[in-house]
Design a binder for this molecule. Structure first.
Ligand code: MRU
Length: 356
């Protein structure tokens, strides 16, 4: 068994409740430990605290979370009561984090099962578990395809830079931005990767560096503020990141720090790629200005080593902590999805790619 698997699920069996088993990413890289959720509240808390994080992984975890709804196992249980309970869970989990559209996409798939169902409650439970497992399995396929589609774009690169963690830890497996690196690595072409540390929660330093190192891909951590000078020194051939939501015009919301990285890449004439499955697109939003940006607790900035360690900003001084920013489409060389590549994205190309 792979101890580092991001998400595992054990369906309810013989009276034993279903379990959502998560690699606790708040503890990496120091400790490899898992958190088992059997309730909606535990799932909600795990998503909010970033025990599980990354747009696709949040969607998968929430889908499994729906199956943890405590509906009656009684053979005569009322279907409408069970449906009401499931809808309540779906609405609640939808408030856990606002930016990654994969969360709402996955919950909508679960809602469609609940709304379209007629039959016994036990059958509805089974169908919901099956749908969550399918969402998980489909993600694996999509990440694999993103790897295949993105690999040719990086094939001539020696050194690439990435931001945050859009790898295996953020998905079912392979990741999005890291998938082309795994693909090339398997084919014997090893890239060197600069992982931006990604302030304030250090997903790059803690998670991307950890997973690439485990995979034997050479990785070097740099602080976010070093990216520009590394580019100026000619040490970065391409930048590739993931996404939390992509608007119809190709604007991309991703981890805070993505926008300045895209500006720097443009200035230094370095290709800037964004890799994401098509369920990360939100065709209903005309532009990135409409993407809701999560504002997180300022303590994440003031206490970089956790609230048990000394505060690093003066008491009484305000702190801002937006978790994401938006890179406009004009700064993006290409979007990479499981369906292919969208070079120089705009509304027409994005909608055609999505078949919308
Ligand atoms: O706050 P996080 O860690 O959930 O943010 C994650 C990111 O910004 C990732 O780059 C994005 O979700 C893509 S994951 C394949």
């Amino acid at each position: 068994m792979n101890e580092a698997e991001t998400i595992r699920y054990h369906a309810a069996q013989n009276g034993r409740p279903a379990e959502l088993d998560l690699l606790d990413q708040t503890k990496l890289p120091g400790t490899l430990t898992r958190l088992v959720c059997t309730t909606i509240d535990q799932t909600y808390d795990a998503i909010q605290r970033l025990v599980v994080r990354g747009a696709p992984a949040i969607g998968i975890a929430a889908a499994y979370g729906v199956t943890l709804t405590p509906v009656s196992a009684d053979a005569n249980a009322s279907l409408s009561d069970a449906q009401a309970l499931y809808r309540q869970t779906i609405d609640h989990l939808a408030t856990s984090r606002p930016t990654a559209v994969n969360l709402f996409w996955a919950l909508d798939r679960m809602r469609a099962i609940v709304d379209g169902f007629s039959g016994e409650v036990s059958e509805l439970r089974k169908q919901l578990a099956t749908e969550a497992i399918r969402i998980h399995e489909d993600d694996r396929e999509m990440c694999r395809a993103i790897g295949r589609n993105g690999a040719p774009l990086l094939a001539d690169c020696k050194r690439v830079m990435t931001h945050c963690n859009a790898g295996s830890l953020a998905t079912s497996m392979w990741g999005t931005a890291l998938a082309p690196m795994y693909h090339l690595h398997e084919a014997g072409h090893t890239l060197e990767v600069f992982a931006d540390e990604t302030r304030p929660l250090l997903q790059g330093a803690r998670l991307t560096a950890w997973e690439l190192h485990q995979a034997g891909i050479p990785v070097t951590v740099c602080t976010d503020s070093m990216s520009g000078s590394l580019m100026r020194q000619g040490r970065v051939d391409a930048v590739i990141v993931g996404a939390d939501r992509i608007a119809a015009n190709g604007d991309v919301a991703n981890k805070i720090g993505t926008y300045p990285l895209a500006v720097l890449a443009k200035y230094h004439d370095i290709p800037f790629y964004v890799a994401a499955p098509t369920n990360t697109f939100d065709a209903e939003l005309e532009s990135g200005d409409l993407i809701p940006i999560e504002q997180r607790n300022g303590d994440e900035v003031s206490y970089p080593c956790g609230t048990d360690a000394p505060r690093q900003t003066p008491e009484g001084v305000a702190v801002v902590n937006p978790a994401f920013d938006v890179a406009p489409a004009e700064l993006i060389t290409a979007l990479i999805t499981e369906k292919g590549v969208i070079p120089e994205p705009n509304t027409e190309k994005v909608l055609a790619h999505l078949g919308a």
